[in-house]
Each structure stands twice: as C-alpha cells, then as structure tokens.
Design a protein around this ligand. Sequence first.
Ligand code: GLY
Length: 578
Amino acid sequence: MKLKMPKFNLNPVALILILLISSNHSFAQSFLKKHPSINPYSYEVVKEKAFDHAAVTSAHPLASMVGAAMMQDGGNAFDAAIATQFSLAVVFPGAGNIGGGGFMLARKANGELIGIDYREAAPKMANRDMYLDEKGNAIPGKSRDGSLASGIPGSVAGMISTHAYAKLPLAVLIEPAIEFAEFGYVITDKEAKGLNSEKSNFLKNSSSPSAFTQKEWKAGDTLFQPELAATLKRIQKSGLAGFYEGPTAEMIVKEMEHTAGIITKEDLKNYKPKFRKPLEFDYRGHHIISFAPPSSGGILIAQMMKMIAPFNVEKMGSNTDASVSLMVEAQRRAYADRAEHMGDPDYWKVPTKTLISDQYAADRMKDYQPGIAGNSKTTQAGQVHESEQTTHFSVIDADGNMVAITTTLNDTYGSKTIVAGAGFLLNNEMDDFSVKPGVPNMYGAIGGEANSIQPGKRMLSSMTPTLVTVNNKPYISIGTPGGTTIPNQVYEGLVNIIDYKMTLKEAIDAPRFHHQWIPDMIGVESDFPETTVNALKEKGYTITKRGRFGRMDGVQILKDGKRTAAGDKRGDDSVAGY
Ligand code: GLY
C-alpha cells in the first residue's frame, strides 16, 4: 500500500520564520539539503520492500528514511538507530520520545550481543504507596496523568550509550531531528486526530500551551516544534549535559510544579542506562535473542515458545481453534508468572534461569488438556486499554549488524505533560509499576512485590525487541508496541514465520489474539476468523473482539542476502533502505 501525503505549500510567513530560525543554526538544513529526496512536506508510506544492502522499518516514513540515509552516508545500524530514535521524537510524538525510555538490543556482525536498558527509573522521592489514598486505595489516574506519573527519562542517555557502537558523530545523527522540528513536517491524518483528541489533556497537564495545542489539526498541516529543536540543539552541542543538566534539566524540574511531579535535578544528573545480558533460547532451528528484565518480554516469549515446542503447530494451521487454544494456554501460564516473579532484577531476584528452562515449560504444560479452556481462577479485571503507545523500529545494515529498539512514553503522548520551553512530552511510565498488589494498571495487568515502587527502581516492561539468527547468521530484527500485548504479538509473529512459513509482511499483518492470564479472556482483532472464534467459544473460552493492536515492524535477511523490510498495515509504519 502506498499513501501519498498531501503536498505542503509554504506560506510566506512560515518562510520568513524558517529563514530567521535557520540563520541561528550552524548546521542550517545540512541534512535535508544533502538529502533532497527526504522531503518533510511530501513523503510516502512504503509498506514492504527488499533492499540490496541495508534497511530500516519504523513507525514513520521520515524516520525510516533518515535511518537509511545515515547508513548510506557511511554509518552502521547503530547510527541508523540513533538517528531514527531522535527523528521519531519529532515526527511521531505519541511514542517517539526523548522524555521516555526503552530498550536497545543489538547483535553485531561478529556475533557480539548488546542490550542497553534505558528504561525510566522511579525518582528518589518515589515511594511504594505514592498513588494510594489514606485508606490505601489506588487513586484513579494518579499514576497516569501529569508529571507525578513520570519516571526519570532514559532515552537520551540510552542513545548516547548506543553511540559507542556507531561510526558517525552524534551531532550528525541528531541533525535530521532538529531540522524536522525547526522547519516543520507535514502531519498524517492519524497524527492530526491524535493531537486533537488530547488537546484538553495537554493543556490541563502542562504549565503552558505548546506547539501541539496551537490549533485544530488536519492531515497535511505542518507542525513546527521550535522549543523541541532548541532542546535537541542543546543535546547536539553538549551531549548528556544538554539534557540531564543545564537549561533542559531546569525546565523539566520547573514543569514538576504544575502537577506535583517529583523529578529533581539530582535524579536527572544521576540517571544511568544499564547494560543487560540479552536472553537467548532456541526454537525449531532458530536462535532467538530478546530483552531480559526489567522487561518481561524476553522471558515471556521464551516460556511460551518452549511450552508449544513439543506440539506440531504447523499442522494445526495458523489461527485455527487448535493452534490458538494451545498458544493461549501457554500465554495464560507465562503471564501468571509475569505477575508473580518479574520486576527490576536490581531490586528483585527474578528466577530467569528456571522460568525459561525446558523442564519448567514442560511442568507448566502438564495440566494442559487440548480442547478444554483453562481457567485463571479469578474474576475479570476489565478491558485491556487500547492504545498505540510505544514504538518499535528495526535495522539491519550491509555488514549484518542488527538492531531492534522498542521505546515508549507508556500511554499515547505519555503523561500529556509537555515540558514548558523544552517542547517534549514526559512519560507516564510509573503506571507500569504495580501501584498496589492486585490493582490492574492501564493494560489490565496486575503485579505484586516484585514490581512495587522503590526509589531508583525500573518499572516492569513488556517491550520485546527481538533478534533471530539461523546457523549463527543474522536473520530477523523484529518488535512492536502494544503494552502487555507486545510479547504475545512477537510470539505470534515468530510462530507465523517459523511454523507457518509466512513472509515477514504476512506474519506482521496476520490477525492477532491476546491472553494475559487476568482478565481470563482472549482478545482478538476484528478481522480474526469467525469460525475460530465460534470454535473457541464452544471450548469454553470468553472472547472479546477489539480493534487492531500493535504496529509490528521488522527487517529480515532473505536467502539471496537482500534485506526485506516490512511495516505493519495497522499504522503509518514505513520501510526505507538502499
Ligand atoms: N509501557 C509499556 C511497557 O513498557 O511495557
């Protein structure tokens, strides 16, 4: 599918503004001038394409094109990933970010694995009961709205740590984002609707109006973000100190006053990304590499794939009642473990080795009875929140370096707090903690002590950036947004490719299902086969139809060495390469 974006006609006032701004900017459109084919005012969504050398897939065409351009300019997959993350912070403000966090997973061409955890951390003044009233009940919205819901942002530090593996100067990698922010870019229909629907929340949760609240948006309008451009320039000039110290840090701390946030200058200065040993396992001749805690994603996909490995899933067929009920029973068991056992490994002993062992998977499936719905033995906790928060992008370069990054503000547009003067959104990641044992977060997920709030601790995530090798050779980089549905989506995507032999694009677009132990029901996308839904109901499952979930993006190396890239039909996701 190709979607031509409306052309943008630059009006004379905007032109004067741009000229004035650019005169203060030493790089003055150095990136866009060098790459005239990347036009922020007219661009296309490209859903699938095979490239000879290198490819990127991300949630936005401009960000993917930037990543590809960096590799053409002599950079590697790490350069592409950094430039893509910063660009997404401008052109995909709902989830691309500098005010959130994420996980960077990479496999270098020489086989070295790297996992950088740049998840947000709880501020020093955080405490376990901070979202409860005096009776000990969770206060609705307190962990989701405004700056009190924000963890200490990790994205800028994460990208600076990633830069150790890149080839081009950091200043060059940030430059495209600055130019999109300063000279504007045309927004899509989805973005226009997203910004309009949150306008009142932006105004309520932020101390000042911002670039996002200046008008009612429509597709084809140009969004200028001069304050964000200035923030990015401070990072370009001073690196970590450009964000975690000086004017940016001061503006973040000042913004706390509006909604009783607790992030301090000390919190910002002390924030450090952490290197985590990636989690590895094998499934039907494929070696799968994913992210370890504080993400639950890697453990969950390892558990679920090991639980279904003894069964002939291929013969059962894609999205049939036989395969879905088997895969759902694995989901139920793994997600029950998530609630009990998983949290930040620096604060809680996560029994990772046991959880992903073959023996444990076999034990967990001992009571599995094909044809009979399992039971989570608890009442339903309500609907899973629908949101396109979080974003994933994948890169494979000409040498075979693979990068998978999933990054987030948590909810769409995070806490809806835009830092006055700095122009970026703060996350509401604190809601990913268990605010009280048994109280569901926005995804309906519950947790306990393992994921309780403590100062400095990182909230449990579901983000699942994942890489696959075959015979020790790079093969796939994949991932998706979607809160607690993420590990299930990646699990289903990998089964689609490995068991059902689907192409990457088919695997990404196939209808999805989701079970997370509690609530005890299967959520299916609206285009899920009706015959399977009816057969599952007869087996005793509760089925809830929901809209589409996730926006899976991936890159795969084909047998002829080409990099095929595929973007999810569910969003504006788009591929680029050369
Ligand atoms: N905020 C979504 C996640 O990290 O799972």
